[in-house]
Structure formats: C-alpha cells, structure tokens
Design a protein around this ligand. Structure first.
Ligand code: SD4
Length: 331
C-alpha cells in the first residue's frame, strides 16, 4: 500500500518534472523566436485573405490604417463577403445543402487565443459576428444549429433569408440529375479566411463559409473548427484554409501550419508542407482542391494549394496586391 502510494507519487513527480522542463524549453524557444524578430522589419499593419476578395481586404485595411485592431479588421473585412450575394460560398447567397437550406459556419480567433465559432447556423446573415459574440459573451467556444441561431436572436441579430433566387434555381437544377448525391468538386471554393496584423503587431483571424454546396444536412467542414480552418498564435503567426474541409480536418491543417512556422519554416514552406501532408494521405486522388494561407509575426505571407488557381489578396501600406500561388499538382 505504502509502496504503491510512493510509486504513484514519484511518477506524478517525474511527470511534473518532465512537463515543467518541457514547458520551460518550449517557452525558451518561443522567447528565442520573438527575440530574433527585428522590430524594424515587421510589416504591419497587414491583412491577407483567401482568393481575390479585394473588397474584403480593402475594408479590413481601412480599419487597420485608422489605428483599429486586428480583430475588428477581421470581422468587418469578412462581413463584406458574407453580405455579397454573388459569392455563393459565403453568407447570403451561399449554396444550400441538398435539402435546400443554407447553413453557415464561421470562427474567429484573437491575439490572446480567445476564440468563438458557430456551426451549421441558419437564417443569420453574419455568422462571423455571432462567432465573435460567442467568444466575448459566453463561456463557450462553439455553438451549433438551433442553439447558435437562438443565441444570435438574443444578441439582437435579425432573421434573414439566405437563399437567393439564383442559388435556389441552381439547387433545383442540381436536384434533377444528382440523385441526391453530394459531389466533392475541385472548384468548390470562395470561402473567406482572413489574417491580419495591426499596428501593435497583434494578430487575429477569421473564417466564414456556407460550406460545400449540396452537402448532407448537418454537415460541418473545417472552416469553423479552430485548428482546422483557422488558427492564430500571436507569438508565431496564423493560418487559414479553403477547399474541401474534410481533408483539412483530418490533418488539423491550420494548427499544423502554425506549428511548422514555430519550428522555423517560413509561411510559404509551412503551407507547402501542409498540402504535402494531405496529399500523402490521398495518394492518387485528384478530385479535391485545398488552399492554405499563412502569415508570420514578421508579416511575411505564403500560400499553396493542391490544384492551380488559388490566389490571395493582400493589403499593406504599399497598397493592395493579388498573390497567385504555386500548386502541388501542376497545370
Ligand atoms: C468547407 N472549407 O466547408 C469549406 C469550403 C470552402 O472554399 O473552403 N470553400 O469545407
């Protein structure tokens, strides 16, 4: 009895010593990394987002350039796409699930690793703002479905019709030939993931989508999952993803990319490694697109994708540019 107690105590002791030394070595590494950053060389403020959503980066830039913080820039930036009826992968105008219901996913993360998300939420036009309310006003990180919608009403959000006539007509067409089967389409894109650094050098990120078109009812992809569709560590950088979420979830893609940057990779190298990890688990498959976008604490950015075609929009005090990216499968 006494011996068992001793063993238990000593193993806890060992684990304690081990984890303490592990934690302190990690902390040292983190400290070293930031010590290497030459303040004068940091590009800030800066905002980047998936695809060529220049209106979204313009809006975010206005917030950053007038001294606003990265979190406000993210929220206001991605709201531009959520409100755009012509973008059929985000917010109002998004393609419905196979039953004809538009369900939205979004998440947001700040410099202190606070985060909030809504999953599979209907009838609310700005899921990113509801995600922020989850982060700021509840003890939770994620709210899903009816609960998320109810919470949004409690916070003053108004009920909105998300299904536009265009998306409804396309869904009706799809129903004629689809046999009710969801198809993973390599052109399934236009989700917005955004990363920003404000004038104080603090990073935030957000991601918002209507998900895969004609998905099963209740399906949730990577976009509202912290670590998969988005991850921010204010000491290191941030990453976000677009494309077929199932594959991003399987590798916890955005977390992986931030961890690779922590180990010393550039944002570009980290995104390439992230895509390669996914492709290693999908040998021979060519039927899906994924794009990763990353930024590090210095304001360096990178992007990489499975198939050609992924671009990202960037805004700094040098103006706005569109970055094409390289791809794993060549054109
Ligand atoms: C999802 N990743 O729900 C999202 C879809 C997407 O560009 O990114 N489309 O899987």
């Amino acid at each position: 009895m006494e011996r068992r107690k001793f063993l238990k105590k000593s193993s806890i002791g060992t684990a304690g010593v081990f984890s303490t030394s592990l934690i302190s070595s990690c902390q040292e590494k983190t400290k070293d990394t930031s010590a290497l950053i030459d303040e004068a060389k940091i590009i800030k403020p800066i905002v980047v987002c998936t695809w060529n959503f220049h209106n979204a980066t313009s809006k975010a830039w206005k917030v950053l350039n007038s001294g606003g913080n990265a979190l406000d820039a993210i929220e206001q930036g991605v709201m531009v796409e959520e409100a755009d009826e012509n973008n059929q992968t985000v917010g109002v105008g998004g393609r419905p699930d196979r039953d004809g219901n538009v369900t939205l996913d979004a998440c947001i993360m700040d410099k202190e690793s606070n985060c909030g998300a809504v999953l599979c939420m209907q009838n609310i036009a700005h899921p990113i703002s509801v995600a922020r309310k989850v982060m700021e006003d509840t003890p939770h990180v994620m709210l899903a479905g009816k609960g998320a919608e109810q919470f949004a009403y409690e916070k003053g959000f108004k009920k909105a019709n998300l299904l536009t006539e265009k998306s409804r007509q396309e869904w009706l067409e799809w129903k004629k030939t689809s046999k009710y089967e969801t198809i993973i389409n390599i052109e399934n894109h236009d989700t917005i993931g955004m990363l920003a650094i404000d004038k104080n050098g603090d990073i935030a990120g957000g991601c918002t989508t209507s998900g895969m078109g004609y998905k099963y009812a209740g399906r949730v992809g990577d976009s509202p999952i912290i670590g998969a569709g988005l991850f921010v560590d204010n000491e290191i950088g941030g990453a976000t993803a677009t494309g077929v979420g199932e594959e991003v979830v399987r590798t916890v893609g955005s977390f992986l990319i931030v961890e690779l940057m922590r180990q010393g990779k550039s944002p570009q190298e980290a995104c390439e490694e992230g895509v390669k990890r996914i492709m290693a688990k999908n040998e021979g498959r060519k039927d899906f697109q994924i794009g990763f976008l990353a930024i590090n604490k210095k304001g360096e950015t990178g992007g990489y994708c499975v198939h050609p075609g992924f671009t990202y929009s960037q805004y700094t005090d040098e103006g706005q540019i569109n970055h094409p990216t390289e791809s794993f499968i060549k054109a």
